[in-house]
Design a protein around this ligand. Structure first.
Ligand SMILES: CC(=O)SCCNC(=O)CCNC(=O)[C@H](O)C(C)(C)COP(=O)(O)OP(=O)(O)OC[C@H]1O[C@@H](n2cnc3c(N)ncnc32)[C@H](O)[C@@H]1OP(=O)(O)O
Ligand SMILES: O=C(O)CCC(=O)C(=O)O
Length: 393
């Protein structure tokens, strides 16, 4: 398969920071940028320099880190915003306008041609000052595609390097994205960036379908941070690019620590069932699953945990089966009779149904009750650091 032709622009430090209540310190921004760079992310949107003097300085600090990634700053179509981005020493800017009728009427409060003409002037200014420009259409998903093509072509004529298709309100489904990308990609002379929001829970899917249909720059955030329901999730997009898009250049083993750091920095913690970085993403309790996984993990795992530098974990509980239990007991050096296994299993199920977590102490007590032995061998069982109160095997 030919690998998809894409790059990632991660916007955690800009749209991700627009998550209500979130603000990164300079050190946190630097840490996140460095970790994104270690993954191999091509473009890091480090912030929106006009927001404050401190924000501009933090973006400049990242520009000066000497990372391999290009550093981008967001900019309205205003001279002062472009100047702030220049002061922040970025490589590129995302210069945006909102060409939908709704935004023209209630936000820009000017006719489309006036807004576009002004934005093209700022584009010329930015290009003349050596910036790579991504010319963005905010609310593109509610803008007539013919109007978008016209604006994108003008931007290309004025030496923009990319144009952005932003589903600002997250109103699209994957089929709608497919329809619009099939229309826009062949008519647009420069690469399209896809910026998807997650209001319908479709941001990752919309980003992937756009990529498959020719969008080049994919916008993501770590843990899906971002305005309202957030943006397309970096971790989900990257795993999909590897497993579906044939792309091998990203180091996915950096993702768990990055996700963890961002959870600490933001106070926004991932649910256990969150794909890729949730505590359950590589955990199994069901007996039928573990019995098959012990033969071949592919039976019940599409994503190999090793891809993320992680290990699969087994949980003991109501859904444990005999083969899983024997596997766990054997790994501790226990060799008990079939009858004893069945007794241990029954007690595990009873306790679990009483909502008791089957931790090391509980398991040792059960085994001791059944076998008369008074302690479990070794110290292999540990508390699940990603799911306090639960024990993994
Ligand atoms: C879809 C997105 O995510 S867009 C990015 C959203 N991010 C942010 O808003 C970042 C945080 N924002 C801020 O710190 C502030 O809003 C600032 C510094 C950007 C601007 O602050 P202020 O000058 O106080 O303006 P305020 O926020 O009240 O209003 C926004 C102004 O930007 C204008 N504007 C919005 N988008 C654009 C654009 N693409 N090009 C030009 N002007 C724009 C609005 O029309 C409005 O203009 P007005 O002041 O003449 O009415
Ligand atoms: O144009 C861009 O690069 C960003 C747009 C954006 O953040 C949005 O529309 O949600």
């Amino acid at each position: 398969m030919k690998p998809w032709h894409i790059e990632i622009c991660d916007v955690t430090l800009r749209d991700g920071e627009q998550t209500p209540g979130v603000s990164f310190t300079a050190d946190e921004k630097k840490d996140i940028a460095s970790r994104l760079d270690a993954i191999g992310i091509e473009v890091i949107e480090a912030g929106f320099p006009i927001v404050s003097a401190h924000e501009k300085e933090m973006v400049r600090n990242i520009s000066r880190l000497g990372l391999s990634a290009k550093i981008c700053g967001l900019s309205r179509a205003c001279r002062e915003d472009v100047d702030a981005a220049l002061d922040a020493e970025v490589d590129m800017i995302g210069l945006f306008i909102a060409p939908s009728d709704l935004h023209l009427k209630y936000k820009h409060k000017k006719p489309r041609d006036v807004v576009v003409a002004n934005a093209l002037e700022q584009l010329d200014y930015a290009v003349d000052h050596g910036l790579i420009v991504r010319f963005g259409a905010e609310d593109a998903s509610r803008t007539d595609p013919d109007i978008l093509v016209d604006i994108y072509r003008q931007a290309a004529d004025h030496k923009a390097t990319y144009v952005t298709y932003a589903d600002t309100t997250g109103c699209l489904t994957p089929l709608e994205v497919a329809t619009v990308m099939k229309d826009l990609v062949p008519k647009t002379p420069i690469p399209i960036a896809m910026h998807a929001h997650n209001d319908l829970g479709c941001a990752t899917a919309n980003t992937l379908i756009a990529a498959e249909l020719g969008a080049y720059q994919l916008h993501t955030t770590v843990n899906g941070l971002g305005e309202r329901a957030g943006n397309a999730r970096l971790e989900e997009v990257l795993v999909s690019l590897v497993l579906k898009g044939g792309i091998t250049r990203y180091d996915l083993t950096e993702i768990p620590a990055l996700s963890e750091r961002v959870q600490q920095y933001t106070g926004i913690f991932m649910p256990a069932t969150k794909p890729v970085v949730g505590a359950n993403a590589f955990a199994h309790e069901s007996g039928i699953h573990i019995a098959a996984i012990l033969e071949n993990p592919e039976t019940y795992e599409f994503i190999p945990p090793e891809l993320l530098g992680l290990e699969r974990r087994f949980i003991l509980g109501k859904h444990t089966g005999k083969r899983a239990l024997v596997h766990i007991l054997t790994s501790f050096g226990y060799h008990i009779t079939d009858e004893q296994v069945m007794q241990v299993l029954e007690l595990i199920k009873d306790k679990s149904e009483d909502k008791c977590s089957i931790n090391q102490r509980v398991l040792a007590e059960i085994i001791s009750q059944v076998t008369g032995e008074d302690k479990i061998n070794g110290d292999i069982i540990g508390e699940d650091s990603r799911c306090p109160g639960r024990h993994v095997y």
